[in-house]
Each structure stands twice: as structure tokens, then as C-alpha cells.
Ligand binder design. Sequence first.
Ligand SMILES: *Cc1c(COP(=O)(O)O)cnc(C)c1O
Length: 399
Amino acid sequence: MQREECVMKVPLLDLQAQLEYLENDLLAAVTRVVRSTRYIQGPEVEALESEVAAYCRAEWGIGVTSGTDALLVALMALGIGPGDRVLTTPYSFFATMGVILRLGALPVFADIEPAGFNIDPEKMAEALAADRQKTIKAIIPVHLYGQCAAMAAIMDLAAQYDLPVIEDAAQAIGAQYPWPGKGEAYRAGSMGLAGCFSFFPSKNLGGIGDGGMVVSSDQAFARKIAMLRNHGAEPKYYHSLIGGNFRLDPIQAAALRVKLPYLEGWHHRRRENAARYNQLFSETGLVAGGEVVLPVELYRSEAAASGKGGNSHIYNQYVLRVQRRDALRDWLLAAEIGCEIYYPVPLHQQQCLATSGISCHCPEAELAAATTIALPIYPELRPEMQAFVVEKIVQFYGR
Ligand SMILES: *Cc1c(COP(=O)(O)O)cnc(C)c1O
């Protein structure tokens, strides 16, 4: 088979397009690490930690092996274990729930609110009120697709029940949340006790392999995370905590430092692409006809409100609700248009929970899993590619 035949006309993500302008700098960064012989921790990791923390408007950053391990180590630092429960969303990537289960704890699910696909504070309040034994020990909201959960209401509940909040901000680095009554918008990951980020290559800030970070403005908590990621040792070979090897690789740190200065520009391009899709879809009649429901931006950042841009939503994914979703997906793939379903099975229905006795009345999560589809939105996507995607969808619905 020829290579051309394997390449989608419009891929879901095109890292090759990024390499056209990043390759030299990435290779130089990797070479710099190779030549330094600083292969564990060291200056590249430390520099990235301060740069990402500053970008997220948090005090400290601790580089870790992945977004999953960022969540795991944050829950370890809270001492979550058997008998504990953690309140979270049923509609996320598996890692959000996986880390809870791996520590021997159990998830409690509160359904999502349909407009933003994030955990619904009203459903959270019900779950917390029903927890008479006080087994819920932490809350993990997820900022899905790049838009923050309703953090003001979530932090109010957390204060009322005296619970720590660990933000799963894996898809939302740089997303802003205009806190009611505050002058400056907060950034994802800086509102709870800690924020967890992933540098998986498909995230807005992606490495050249796995990587992650925890950010926190709580010094004691940040120190504990820093110890836990290195076997709980401080100083070396003296272990007051049981941690693990969750260290971020310096090659990843160096590559991420090449990419970080581009991040705001990439967010901007993704937002432009989203606006262009919205415009194109609105012109087709599919929105008015109800075949397609566009993504909703719930917040406007101060910068956006004053016409200066701003990233209330960073569009890690551009996700539609559509009719006849599975048939549309097959149609798009046949037309060589990359698309994906995030996520086809809500967490409470995953098979690994089948015998756990965990249940949840989460109709909104189930509906989202059955009706949503993500389209290509990456920064280098070109207008004519977007027009082609929309044209194919119009054909599918026979408009
Ligand atoms: C990507 C992702 C993770 C896990 O990150 P990895 O770096 O792949 O381990 C966790 N939560 C959410 C919501 C994610 O999208």
C-alpha cells in the first residue's frame, strides 16, 4: 500500500504539520539533553516546572511521568485509600477513575450538565448530602475538551464539606475561568488544591512521548508531591513517605519548553477554527434542523469580553452532538476525515466496574456518550479542509 493511501485527507491531528516549523528546535533540545548527561531531573525539568506553573498562575509545578500519574500522585498525597470514595464525573477519559480504583478507593459519580459536558454541581450537592458516613474524601472535576467545569460552585461545595479538590486539567492547560467578582480570570488547574496536566502528544501542549505535571499553590502539598514522585525520599535514601518513580524525563521537559511559547498562538488558532466550523454549520441548516448541536462556550474571559482574545475554551476537542452518530462516524472515516468518539462508554458502565456494585443515575453522561463526535480542530487545520468536513456532513444528512 502506498503511503498516500494511509494518510487521511483531513486527519484528526497532524503532528507532521507542526514538525515543519518545530523540527530543528526539537532536535536541538534533545541534543542539548543528550550532551548534558543530565538524564534524571535536572535543569530542563526545573525550568519547565517554573514556566508551566507561571503560565497556569500557580506557585509550584512538579513534573511527573504522565497525566495519569499526576492524578495518582495527587491522590496519594491526600492519603486516599481503601474505604475512601472520591466524587467525580462519569464522562471522562478512564484515567480520572482509574487512579481512584488503583488506590483501593471507589468513585462516586455525579452526572454532567449537558451544555458543557462537565460535572454538574447540583448533582454533586445531592451526592454529598447523601454521604452520611462521610466516606467522600476528595473531589476530581474534569475540564473536559478544554473548558473549565463550574469551579465557583464546585469550590463552594468543597468548602462546605471541607474536601480537597484535585482538578483534572489534562485537556485544559491555559483555559480560563472568569471567577465571579474577581478581576483576573483563573487558569485551569490553579483553583483547586492542585491541578493535573498531561503532555500526551494529542493535548494542546504535547511532548514527544509521555509526560505530565501537578501544579499547586499550597507549599506543603507541592513538597509532598515532589517527594512522592521520587520514592518519598528526602534527602536521598531517607524515606518518610512511600512514593514511586513518577519523574518527568528531561528530554520531554526540553521538548515541551520548545513548544510552550507557541501554546497561546495554538489556542488562538483552535478557537478560530471552532468559530469557522460554527459559522459553516450555521449556514447549512443542520443546526436549525437539529441534526447538529454546536459546542457551547459557557464563559467569556475578561480578555474575550474586551475584544482581546482570551481562552475561556481552548478546544482540545471540538465536539458536536449529532443525530445518527455511529453512521456519521463511519461516513466520515470512509471519506478520509479523521474523527473520534470521546468517550463511547461512560465510566460507570465500564466493564471493570461490572462486579463492583457501583452504579449511577447518569442519563446525561449516557446521552453524551451516545451522541457526540469530535472533529479535527488542530491549529494547522486549513479553512478548505474545514469546508470539506462540513460539506461531507451536509451530504450525509442529505441537506
Ligand atoms: C489525557 C488525559 C488523562 C491522562 O493523561 P496521560 O498523560 O495520557 O496519562 C487524564 N485525564 C484526562 C481527562 C485526559 O484527557
